[in-house]
Design a protein around this ligand. Sequence first.
Ligand code: ATP
Length: 247
Amino acid sequence: MLYLQDVKKYYKKKKAVDGVSFGIQKGEIFGLIGANGAGKSTTISMITTMLKPDGGDILFQGQSIISNPKLIREHLGYVPQDIALYLSLSGRDNLVFWGNAYHVPKNKLDERIDEICDIIGFTKDTLSQKTASYSGGMKRRLNIGAALLHRPDFLVLDEPTVGIDMIARNQILEAIKRLNHMGTTILYCGHYMEEVERLCDSFCMLHEGREIVWGSKDKLLKDSGKTLETLYYELMGTNLYLQRKEN
Ligand code: ATP
């Protein structure tokens, strides 16, 4: 569905993304993982056509989106790391705002909002309350819902569970799985290995702007004989985790 071919992005002398290649298959949950500063958000910004690469190509369904960004935009839902909601509005009014922004026909909006409530686990009562009164986890779920109003078939999530507790995180992971079962291809970006282990069919690890491994999660773990967390620390060139375990 999506293929990145030797993609590069430089900020002056800083090589934020320095020749990254990986592919995402239709229907899968794909994890883009790496430490802070590895180049994940920059890579996502190029996939979502907010940034133009300085080198390489990005193919969506076989065609370059660099020369024609529209090819991916109508398929794409993007959930940013920062919450993109108006806190003074109710949850419902936020969804109406985003529905209008995505040009969802007015006569379809109620139906879409009902669908989204099911996916993110909101009741009508919750949705009628002010967003400012929501917990961090509820805001994160609504932030995901806002990206679904135009029924994208490719959803990009940038660190969707950052800063929330275990229960809220679980609700978000379940919502992501539900969406995937409904046919949405998902690009999950983050650095929680247990989430990748639980969610993803394939993954790519980035380190200092380069991909150090990508492929099927089951195959990579079987071939290495390691847990994802151990593999991650080993490949990142640090044995801090193993030292911690030994102590
Ligand atoms: P995090 O997990 O902290 O969000 P990340 O993996 O998403 O990190 P990026 O945000 O893509 O990493 O950043 C990759 C590198 O590029 C970092 O060294 C960062 O400081 C640098 N960088 C990112 N955006 C800019 C910018 N606008 N100008 C200059 N350098 C930047």
